[in-house]
Design a protein. Structure first.
Length: 319
């Protein structure tokens, strides 16, 4: 039987236990509350930062658009056209509308009007994306506008230019990073002598396949074309071989690849000494590489699951 003293002691002990339990419960509740408050604070901060970032992006977008408008002297309608083009490009490509505005600025700086820039924008972004990081939107814009201006290509053909530029990088060692050092130089000079964009890209690709850097490749190609068109010794040597640099029907300068295709069987009939002299007389020491790259053209392709190597005319036709 419990005594009065033991009852009193048990009651006191139970009171202490209850106090401790209540304190622990309160502590847990406080900790939970603190965690909840921290979560709310973090979420609020995240939303605030997100909204700030969104506001900053919107501000950058509008500022960039205003810059494009200033360069192109855009009207209110032009600005709406540019804004719509940037937003649509942001939906159609992997680039944000802000990146699209950067592309528009590059195009306008290169001399395009607001209407032209709006039409050229997506092909430019496609080229930048296809370069796999080798080209910025600005560099892609300069490559396309420079190419179109050089060859007199209309802006509604910009997508076709992008396709040609990307195709040659997929089939040869001519890379998008080579455009600034090689393509611009080769295009500007070869076009003067009647060479097409297709011919220029293929010859540059074949020269790069021979491990000739882009700048040197452009020099070899343009030197060969210029010499064939202007050097009397080169013209005389070609005529002796029965090959004319000019088209019989139109009088226009023939494509470099066509000339090499006609020259190769003629040169193959000569002795090594005669062949080397003829090549030097026609192309000069520095430009013989351009002839050899086309004459010895080859490309590896996959057909029916097997890799085969195309050579000569077959390789050129595939390119």
């Amino acid at each position: 039987m419990a005594t009065l003293g033991s009852v009193s002691y048990n009651l006191q002990l139970n009171g202490v236990r209850k106090f401790v339990g209540d304190a622990q419960s309160a502590s847990k509740s406080t900790a939970s509350l603190n965690k909840a408050l921290l979560a709310v604070t973090a979420a609020t901060t995240g939303v605030a930062l997100g909204l700030k970032k969104l506001a900053d992006s919107a501000g950058d977008f509008e500022e960039g658009l205003a810059a494009v408008g200033a360069v192109t002297k855009a009207s209110t309608e032009d600005l709406k056209l540019l804004k719509d083009a940037a937003i649509q490009a942001g939906v159609a490509t992997q680039f944000s509308p802000k990146a699209a505005v950067d592309g528009l600025l590059a195009l306008s700086t290169a001399g395009q009007t607001a209407t032209q820039a709006a039409k050229t924008l997506i092909p430019v972004l496609d080229l930048a994306a296809g370069s796999l990081g080798q080209l910025t939107t600005e560099q892609a814009g300069m490559a396309i506008v420079g190419t179109m201006n050089t060859y007199g290509i209309a802006v509604d053909k910009a997508a076709g230019v992008t396709d040609k530029l990307l195709r040659i990088t997929q089939l040869t060692n001519f890379q998008t990073k080579d455009f600034e050092a090689g393509l611009s130089k080769a295009a500007a000079k070869s076009n003067v002598f009647g060479q097409s964009l297709d011919d220029t890209l293929i010859v540059m690709g074949l020269l790069r396949n021979a491990n000739i850097d882009a700048s040197s490749a452009a020099t070899a190609y343009t030197s060969a074309i210029a010499r064939l068109a202007t050097d009397q010794k080169a013209l005389n040597t070609m005529n002796k071989l029965g090959v004319s640099i000019y088209d019989e029907q139109t009088g226009a300068t023939r494509g470099f690849m066509d000339l090499v295709t006609d020259l190769k069987p003629k040169l193959d009939q000569l002795t090594e000494s005669q062949r080397n002299k003829s090549l030097k007389d026609m192309f000069g020491a520095r430009a013989i590489a351009a002839y050899n790259s086309v004459a010895q053209a080859q490309v590896t392709v996959t057909r029916d699951g097997e890799q085969i190597t195309l050579k000569g005319a077959a390789a050129i036709e595939h390119l």
